[in-house]
Design a protein around this ligand. Structure first.
Ligand code: CTP
Length: 408
């Protein structure tokens, strides 16, 4: 955490939708894809039909390791279509490079006659364009107006540069070099994230404590909060170690390495190995506090009399983390209290040597287990508790990581 992340680490794990429009600078798109992939990005290429005349989809598909898309409709008679809405939602960032005068004009006017433009209209992520055209086209008043319109709408313009142009003339209009484009993207997107390059341990889900070979003591945690934190941290460039109890969730996000465990003891064992090398530890798992004192070797048979199961405490993993915290590591715990919430939470913050405590509220509708939303209060030593409104778990994850970055 003390060292600055390298450029490659800074860009780690971002999903880039790269739109390529028709212009001679499209030949540089191959180098651009290569650099982005090398920097840790996942790249999906979308080309306009004209761009295919300048660079082959095969080259770009090979470099990006994904099929290149051009058409809104798949022309194999199947009636399938390339889902621009899904593509736009998948992306963390959209980059159009090269952006021709024609594509810039269509973007500025909301035209939508190819997949690239449909993706742009659907995109809610940051959009960057790297214009490339001859100097007269760049100087033309209509291009200037279109670029101004896009800039006003929040599109970031990279370049163009001055230099020798394909026409043989010299002047402004050359697409910025791929290195400069990647640098501009990196600065804008992740240059500010202090989590970039940091190794982070996140725990999630419930644990299950066996009674016998088929039954267990557990809880209703879905794992959604911990998974949202893992995904958001990876998007900020962290290398995430996700240790999860049994959940029905997948992990597609690059930069997240997942280890599945079942019991509190297994989770403790795994976390103790991983934590010492981490800049921060976020314990969002709902670890069982008790486990059956004895695990029956065979299935317990039903009887008419009452059944008593003796329980013993599990190891408090968070407490171990607080006691064994290396210098500079940040420790985040979760708490779920039902009475005197703030007092209990403040006590826990101190007792367990935490840097941040996320207090869950079960009293508010939409908060807690299984839902997609959550309502939390953030507590750090020496600051007033910050009560957040009901938000999606993805937004709560952002708020927690924003606070963590402030603490770094
Ligand atoms: N936790 C843990 N190991 C356990 C139990 C809980 O690491 N065996 C962690 C959870 O991951 C979470 C926090 O401790 O970050 C939750 O604490 P909570 O269950 O709210 O309270 P406890 O610490 O168990 O204390 P108490 O029951 O006294 O409130």
């Amino acid at each position: 955490m003390e060292r600055s992340p390298t450029v490659a680490e800074r860009f780690l794990n971002r999903r880039v939708l790269l739109g390529i429009s028709g212009g001679i600078a499209a030949y540089k798109a191959a180098a651009l894809v290569r650099l982005l992939v090398k920097a840790g990005a996942e790249v999906q290429v979308v080309m306009t039909p004209a761009a295919r005349d300048f660079v082959t989809p095969l080259t770009l598909a090979t470099l990006s390791k994904r099929p290149v898309l051009t058409d809104l409709f798949v022309r194999d008679g199947s009636g399938r279509w390339n889902d621009h809405v899904h593509l736009a939602r998948w992306a963390d960032v959209m980059l159009v490079a090269p952006a021709s005068a024609n594509t810039l004009a269509k973007m500025a006017h909301g035209l939508c006659d190819n997949l690239l433009l449909a993706c742009y209209l659907s995109a809610e992520c940051p959009v960057f364009v790297a214009p490339a055209m001859d100097l007269e086209m760049w100087k033309d008043a209509s291009t200037g107006t279109n670029v101004g319109t896009l800039r006003e709408r929040g599109v970031a313009i990279i370049g163009p540069e001055s230099g020798e142009l394909a026409s043989g003339l010299s002047g402004e209009g050359r697409m910025s070099e791929p290195e400069a484009i990647v640098h501009a993207l990196t600065e804008a997107l992740v240059g500010r994230s202090k989590l970039a390059g940091t190794r982070l341990l996140v725990t999630a889900g419930p644990t299950q404590e066996a009674i016998d070979p088929v039954r267990y003591v557990g809880n209703r945690s879905s794992g959604k909060m911990g998974f949202a934190i893992a995904v958001e941290a990876a998007r900020r460039g962290a290398q995430v170690e996700l240790v999860t109890g049994p959940v029905g969730l997948g992990t597609e996000q690059a930069g997240v390495r997942r280890t599945d465990v079942v019991s509190a003891a297994e989770m403790a064992e795994r976390c103790k190995v991983i934590a010492p090398g981490c800049g921060a530890v976020i314990m969002s798992a709902a670890v069982a506090d008790y486990r059956p004192a004895k695990i029956e070797a065979n299935k317990v048979k039903k009887k008419d009399s009452a059944l008593e199961i003796a329980l013993e405490p599990t190891e408090d993993i968070l407490a171990w983390m607080g006691t064994n915290k290396p210098k500079g590591q940040l420790l985040v715990g979760f708490a779920l209290e039902t009475n005197n919430e703030l007092d209990h939470a403040k006590d826990k913050l101190k007792r367990k040597n935490l840097d941040l405590l996320v207090l869950n509220s079960l009293r508010d509708a939409g908060a807690g287990f299984g839902t997609d939303t959550n309502k939390v209060t953030l507590l750090s030593p020496g600051t007033d508790p910050k009560e957040l409104p009901l938000m999606t778990k993805a937004d709560v994850a952002r708020a927690i990581l924003d606070r963590l970055e402030e603490l770094l």
